[in-house]
Every structure is written in structure tokens, then in C-alpha cells.
Design a protein around this ligand. Structure first.
Ligand code: C2E
Ligand code: CA
Ligand code: CA
Length: 591
């Protein structure tokens, strides 16, 4: 299509009448819309009075003279009897230099009898024009209506698309938000509550990585289909990635009953998905919040469900967690600690403290366990287990563990060099012992500090070793080659089994304080201690009993031929100065 033909077609497609006149008020152009309006096709080259009512002509020409002088115009005019046109006119300078008038009729208002009578002939022509105009107008109206309908259809398709997740056909985030706003306005039966559930597949990345993205997509759409049957569902969305959201009503029940019901749903939703001949294992977690319970508006309802979901994941996944205010406090605390831990490590605010380890027979302090302490400026003393877990999750544990070794070197070196202590124990976190290069770093650190490797003991937890036995082996071998002793910490809890003892060159076993605590009260605990003691003897490992809080426990363990004792009965972990005093005290006792 040539340029001109294209523009003609384009202007003809306009639903508005478009026209052009030259400087001497002759018609030089009219599009289809204009032809339909005036009911004439043969007007080009004619004077404008052919189509314009005589009573208007002077006024229109007056307007047009201003337009030709360069002014735009917008005015109401009576072109023909019975109608008022709202017309825009603009001057248009052609390449030849000639100025013409370009006009668009942007609105037609029916106004009967607005024109007074003129000559009979012109009156007839104008009545005809009116009839044509009305006919044309209804056609144009119909056409406009059709166009409008199409636009509306296209719009509703577009709106729907903007609110829909293409992969699953569920609502997307935006659609869900709109639904939530609408639902909040709707009254709820008195025996119902409105709940929000956030659902998240556990380890979806693993599914994608091991089975491919196509399978991942199939898994998502299968989950989406299962979600449709969620009871009381009011809106259902895929919020992105492997996250789903459900707004639903539920009978008013006690919180634990709600959690039980949703737990059943969780199991129905998150079960294996068959893709081709493969059965893909699927699990997922749910965070729940209830409207009106700790949440009075949409944003807190969402925030609470999100907090609950994070908590469900933190608790080991495959869980349903209902938000409660205590949870919010814990989350706040966790966020605060996460935020501040990095600084605390960098600024040496995490300090070593020292807990004596005594010879069970002589009760003389022979060793020390170095433990980390963090006193947060606002939250006070933070339990080691709490910040160690956060440091591990945030990738800060290496800096923390090595920092404790570095910061304790000075006093430890003095205690060892003066013969007041025989050994020092450091904790290695689960991630550290399987990290390549860990052993070399610790060894170089203690060498630089002037601490003899033979007097160092590294305490490990068994779960860490089982996690990646080869890497743990490498580190342990490197440490052992230089004379470092290895202790198995927290023995008698969690993963404890014989495997580690068989596989690893363990020098010491630390019996966990949870077992020691029951000694003297619980027969079975005493039998357990006995079996651990016998096991240690079998592997020629030395025994340290942790968490000794009274003399009964101390005497029992001593009687079992346990080599070392540690616990509040002797001393809690103290700072270096106080530890100095403890050492000095026993020296004066011995003297
Ligand atoms: P753990 O290695 O079993 O350390 C002994 C914990 O038991 C210490 O708690 C100590 O204060 C506590 N304890 C000692 N005697 C008694 C007693 O008689 N009764 C009771 N109830 N508790 C006693 P703490 O300092 O809170 O440390 C907790 C855990 O945090 C440690 O357990 C260890 O797993 C970890 N941890 C502490 N410092 C470090 C560190 O520098 N690096 C790493 N990776 N972990 C550390
Ligand atoms: Ca320990
Ligand atoms: Ca321990």
C-alpha cells in the first residue's frame, strides 16, 4: 500500500467525520465518516454552502478566517437542521505553501429546530441531509457500539490476563490482591472465619535441577489443580515461583483444630506427582493467618501468613504453622539478631568465655572449653545455640568460630605454657568441619598464637560428620597429623550411633548434659551412661561428662571411671580474669 493509500484508508477508518477545505471555502476532502454524516459523496470542489445551512455560513466562515490566519478553533455549529456539531479546525500548511483547513467533527448533538427557515430549495436539501445524517448517525452509532464492544472484550481479556498466572490459570499476585480487597468488604457468616494460607513447595529448586524445568512446571500445575478443591476457597493464586496463596473461609474452631484441618489439606496437596513414568516426591509447608486474629487489615494478614510460613520452614518444613503474636516477637528477634550479628563479629563483640574441665578423680582443673558469648546491646545475653544457628544460616559461622580461637589465644597460651592447664577445647560448627581448608586454617591460627597443637582439642558433633564423611575425614586427618585431639560432642543425643566411632579417630567423647541431668533419678539414664562409658573404653576414648550440676552426678560419673567432669557444679563459663582466679584458688588449695 502506498503512503497516500495507507493514509486514506487510515483516515477512512476513523469513526469521526474528517474534512478539509481550501482558503476559498471549497471542500477538498471528506472521509467516509464525513460522507455518511452529510449523506453526499460528490462535494469535493464545491463551495461549502452546498452542505452548510445559510444561517450558519457567515459565522463558520468567520471562524475559518481565523483558522487560516493560524488559530485552532473548537466550536459548536449547526451544519444542518436538527443537529449541533462540535468541530475542531486547524490550519494545515501544505508542501506547496498553501494553507488549508483541516477539520474533525468530534461530537454530534441532536438539537431539533435550531435552524430557522431559509430558501425552500436549500431547506429541502437540508431536510434530506438531516434524514441522511440521522440514518448515517444510527449506522455510525451501531458501528461505534460494535467497536466499543470489541474494545471492551479486548479489555476484559487483557484485564483477565493481567490478573492471571499463565502457567496455572490461577490468579496472580495482582489478581489475588484485588480479590482480597473485594472479600474484605463482603460480610462473613457469624460461624465462619476468613483465613489466608501461604503455601510453598519444599526444595522446589531441587525438583527443577534434578528433573528439569518442564517437569517442574508439571508439578506446579498439578499442585494448582489440587488446590482448586480446597474447602471454602474464595481466591486462589500462584504468587510466583513455587508459592501459592489461598483466601478461604473456615468454620469457627479452636486454633489447634484449624491447624489440624489444614494439616490434612497439606498432606492432600503436597504428595507425589506422576510425570510420565516418574513419581516426583513433593512436600510443602503452609503459613496461616486468620483475619481478626492479630490481623485487622490485608497487609498484616499477609505479613502474618508470611511470617508463619517462614517459621514452618525453619521448623524443618512439611508443617502447617498458624501465626501468633509470640511468633512475631520471635521473628522480630531473629531479624534483629541476623541484622546485628555481622557487625558483632566484625567488631569483636562476640567474646570467648572459659569453662573449666576438671579431672574426675582429683577435681583439679586440667582443661578448658572455650565458648562464645554475645551480649546484645538491646536484647541482652543471647544463648550461644541461638546465634550459632543464625551464624550458620547466614554463612558467618566460619568467621565466628575462627574469631573465637583467635581472641582466646592469648590467655589460653599463658595457661598452657605455665603448665596450669593440660588442654584447651574449641567447638567446630557442623559446617566448618566439612569445609575444605578448615583444618589448615585452624592449625595456622594456633601456630601463630603460639599454642601447641598437641594441647588443642576440637569438639565436633556427629551429625556434621555424617553429613559429609569424606570432607570431615580430610579435615580430621590433617588435624590429627599435627597432634590435635578430636572430641565427639553432645554424645547420646540425636544422631548418635556407632558409625562415627568406627570410622573416625576419636580421642574423647563428651556425654551430653541431657543424659547427665537424669543421673541419680532415672534408672535408664544411668544405664545409658554406663553403656556410653563402656563404649568409650572399647574405643580407648577418654570421657568427659558435661552438665554436672551436683555432687551426686559427679560421684556417679567418677565411679564409672569417667576421666573428666564439666558443669555448673564446678563453674559456669567465665571470662579470662575469673578463670585466672579459679586456677589460682585451686593452686592455693593444693598448697
Ligand atoms: P556445648 O558445646 O555442649 O557447650 C556446653 C554448653 O553447656 C554451654 O552452653 C555451657 O554453658 C553449658 N553448660 C555447661 N555446664 C552446664 C551445666 O552444668 N548445666 C547446664 N544446664 N548447662 C551447662 P552455651 O555456652 O550456651 O553453649 C551452647 C552451645 O553453643 C555449645 O554447646 C556449643 O554447641 C555452641 N557453642 C558455644 N560456643 C561456640 C563456638 O564458639 N563455636 C561453635 N561452633 N559453637 C559454640
Ligand atoms: Ca562443646
Ligand atoms: Ca556438648
Amino acid at each position: 500500500m502506498t503512503g497516500r493509500a495507507f493514509f486514506e484508508a487510515f483516515i477512512n477508518a476513523s469513526p469521526y467525520p474528517v474534512f478539509a477545505k481550501d482558503a476559498s471555502h471549497r471542500w477538498i476532502y471528506g472521509n467516509h465518516g464525513f460522507e455518511m454524516m452529510v449523506g453526499e459523496t460528490n462535494f469535493v470542489g464545491e463551495m461549502d454552502s452546498l452542505l452548510i445551512h445559510p444561517v450558519c455560513i457567515d459565522r463558520i466562515r468567520e471562524v475559518e478566517r481565523k483558522v487560516l490566519a493560524g488559530q485552532d478553533s473548537l466550536d459548536e455549529e449547526t451544519l444542518i437542521t436538527g443537529a449541533v456539531l462540535l468541530t475542531v479546525r486547524r490550519p494545515l500548511v501544505l508542501p506547496s505553501g498553501e494553507t488549508i483547513i483541516a477539520g474533525v467533527v468530534i461530537s454530534i448533538i441532536h438539537a431539533p429546530d435550531t435552524a430557522s427557515a431559509g430558501s425552500k430549495d436549500s431547506l429541502r436539501r437540508h431536510e434530506l441531509a438531516v434524514a441522511n445524517f440521522r440514518k448515517a448517525d444510527t449506522e455510525r452509532t451501531r458501528w461505534l457500539e460494535q467497536r466499543l464492544e470489541l474494545v471492551e472484550q479486548a479489555e476484559s481479556v487483557a484485564t483477565k490476563a493481567a490478573r492471571t498466572d499463565p502457567a496455572t490459570g490461577l490468579r496472580n499476585r495482582m489478581g489475588f490482591d484485588l480479590d482480597m480487597q473485594a472479600m474484605m468488604q463482603e460480610p462473613l457468616p457469624a460461624d465462619k472465619i476468613l483465613c489466608l494460607a501461604f503455601l510453598d513447595l519444599d526444595r522446589f529448586k531441587f525438583i527443577n535441577d534434578s528433573y528439569g524445568h518442564k517437569t517442574g512446571d508439571t508439578v506446579l500445575s498439578s499442585i494448582a489443580k489440587r488446590l482448586i478443591s480446597w474447602p471454602g476457597v474464595r481466591s486462589l493464586a500462584r504468587m510466583g515461583g513455587d508459592e501459592f496463596a489461598i483466601l478461604f473461609d473456615h468454620p469457627k474452631v479452636a486454633p489447634h483444630v484449624l491447624v489440624e484441618n489444614i494439616s490434612l489439606m497439606r498432606q492432600r496437596i503436597f504428595r507425589s506427582v506422576r510425570v510420565g513414568d516418574k513419581l516426583i516426591p513433593v512436600s510443602g509447608s503452609v503459613g496461616l493467618s486468620v483475619y481478626g486474629l492479630d490481623a485487622e487489615d490485608i497487609s498484616s494478614l499477609k505479613l502474618n501468613a508470611d511470617t508463619a510460613l517462614i517459621e514452618a520452614k525453619r521448623l524443618g518444613r512439611e508443617q502447617v504453622k498458624l501465626f501468633d503474636a509470640g511468633l512475631a516477637l520471635r521473628t522480630y528477634r531473629r531479624h534483629t539478631l541476623e541484622r546485628d550479628l555481622r557487625h558483632a563479629i566484625a567488631r569483636n563483640q562476640i567474646v570467648p568465655v572459659y569453662q573449666p574441665i576438671v579431672n574426675a578423680r582429683t577435681r583439679v582443673i586440667e582443661g578448658v572449653e572455650v565458648l562464645a558469648r554475645w551480649t546484645h546491646p538491646q536484647l541482652g545475653v543471647i544463648p550461644a545455640q541461638e546465634f550459632i544457628t543464625i551464624a550458620t544460616d547466614c554463612g558467618l559461622i566460619s568467621a565466628l568460630d575462627l574469631g573465637i580461637v583467635r581472641r582466646s589465644c592469648e590467655p589460653v597460651k599463658n595457661w598452657l605454657a605455665s603448665g596450669r592447664l593440660r588442654f584447651v577445647s574449641f567447638n567446630a560448627s557442623a559446617l566448618e568441619i566439612v569445609r575444605p581448608g578448615y583444618a589448615a586454617e585452624v592449625l595456622s591460627l594456633i601456630r601463630r598464637c603460639g599454642v601447641q597443637a598437641e594441647k588443642v582439642c576440637i569438639e565436633l558433633v556427629e551429625s556434621a560428620i555424617i553429613h559429609d564423611i569424606d570432607r570431615a575425614h580430610d579435615n580430621i586427618r590433617t588435624l590429627k597429623e599435627r597432634g590435635v585431639k578430636i572430641a565427639l560432642d553432645d554424645y547420646g543425643t540425636g544422631y548418635s550411633n556407632l558409625r562415627a566411632l568406627l570410622d573416625l579417630p576419636i580421642d574423647r567423647i563428651k556425654i551430653d548434659r541431657s543424659i547427665i541431668g537424669d543421673v541419680g533419678e532415672d534408672e535408664r539414664a544411668m544405664k545409658l551412661v554406663l553403656s556410653v562409658v563402656q563404649l568409650a573404653k572399647l574405643f580407648k576414648a577418654e570421657l568427659i561428662a558435661e552438665g554436672i550440676e551436683d555432687e551426686t552426678q559427679a560421684a556417679y560419673l567418677e565411679g564409672m571411671n569417667c576421666e573428666y567432669l564439666q558443669g555448673f557444679h564446678f563453674s559456669p563459663a567465665v571470662d579470662a580474669q575469673q578463670f585466672d582466679k579459679l586456677l589460682a584458688q585451686q593452686k592455693s588449695h593444693a598448697a
